[in-house]
Design a protein around this ligand. Structure first.
Ligand SMILES: [Zn+2]
Ligand SMILES: [Zn+2]
Length: 337
């Protein structure tokens, strides 16, 4: 079979990464005819595309968030199942990022590209573990693409939270966490460590936690704060989106101690800025070591970087003797992760 370089059939456009022979976009930044979605975070899963392909869990998340606007038609693909779209072979493999998250493996004209979406290598009780697929072109993010970023094991950080709770039972422990993925992961890790008390939820957390439970992820007893009555929840864990940590909402709680679980908590200034008393360095993205390790193991001769600290990572890729290319795709944010 003649081999055609990947960049002749997979390339960035203003709408996002486009597979020309298959006529579909991966995580397009706008609505398109055919979208393949890696996972449900809002900067990857946009509303209103005509046809949407993703894992069943990703489709469920999109429907929960967007309702009717989630898309025109949906096709769920299980991990490992292969589909051929206009001659392009496509399969989804676990990315280990959040429930349902997938890497997109494309093969055409004898070459293989892997578009990893967001990913992490660390175990996560709420989703399938990252699977490595070797390829010719590996497409990676670089949210934490600087050597300073090192994420701690989530269990270790959750233990610090439980220790603080033990020491200060008069204070409500208000845990800020991104509402899709991180929140459910923190709950599941606390459960694994044997924490069985109810965990209280800010109203904005309820629907996605319920969806996770419906999709088979056990999270124990969860109670919305608005159902907890006049209780000021001293000594309890209350989960809230990061934006709610310092707003008026939190003043109802008993002497709240602010905790924040995020990869950004590696940077002391960021924790200070947000008034975080107990920063937990937990991320659903690969840290520097995870990025570099994955790039090496992918055996790809070419690595494309979608967003984040692409300058530092592309430099490192060059030092590894591979070709790095910054796609600088717009529309992806550093999730409030
Ligand atoms: Zn994401
Ligand atoms: Zn992302």
């Amino acid at each position: 079979m003649t081999q055609t370089p990947v960049q002749s059939w997979l390339f960035p456009t203003s709408e996002g990464l486009y597979c020309e022979p298959g006529q579909f976009f991966i995580d397009p930044r706008t609505s398109v005819d055919r979208a393949v979605i890696t996972h449900g975070h809002s900067d990857h899963a946009r509303a209103n595309s005509r046809a949407v392909l993703g894992t069943a869990e990703t489709i469920a998340v999109m429907k929960a968030r967007y309702g009717e606007a989630a898309g025109g038609s949906f096709q769920a693909l299980a991990y490992g199942e292969t589909l051929t779209i206009d001659g392009v072979s496509l399969r989804l493999v676990p990315a280990g990022h959040i429930l349902g998250s997938a890497q997109v493996v494309l093969e055409w004209a004898g070459k293989r590209a892997v578009i990893s979406g967001d990913y992490k290598r660390e175990a996560d009780p709420t989703c399938a573990g990252f699977e490595l697929v070797t390829c010719d072109v590996f497409v990676t993010e670089a949210t934490f693409g600087l050597p300073v970023f090192h994420h701690e094991p989530a269990e270790k950080e959750a233990r610090r939270l439980l220790a603080s709770l033990n020491m200060m039972p008069e204070r409500t422990h208000l845990l800020g966490a991104y509402s899709l993925g991180k929140a459910q992961r923190m709950i599941a890790v606390l459960r694994e460590l044997g924490y069985e008390r109810p965990i209280y939820l800010h109203g904005a957390m309820v629907s996605l936690c319920t969806l996770y439970q419906q999709l088979g992820v056990s999270l124990g007893t969860l109670i919305p704060v608005y159902e907890a009555g006049g209780d000021r929840l001293a000594g309890e864990i209350v989960l809230a989106p990061p934006s709610a940590l310092n707003d008026r909402w939190s003043r109802r709680l008993a002497d709240p101690l602010t905790v924040f679980a995020s990869g950004w908590m590696r940077v002391r200034g960021r924790a200070r800025q947000r008034g975080v008393e107990l920063p937990l360095v937990v991320s659903d993205h690969a840290d520097w070591e995870g990025l570099v390790q994955t790039i090496i193991e992918s055996e790809a001769e070419e690595i494309w970087v979608t967003h984040g600290r692409d300058d530092a990572l592309v430099h490192q890729i060059g030092k590894l003797g591979r070709r790095g290319r910054a796609l600088a795709l717009v529309g992806y944010e550093d999730e409030d992760e």
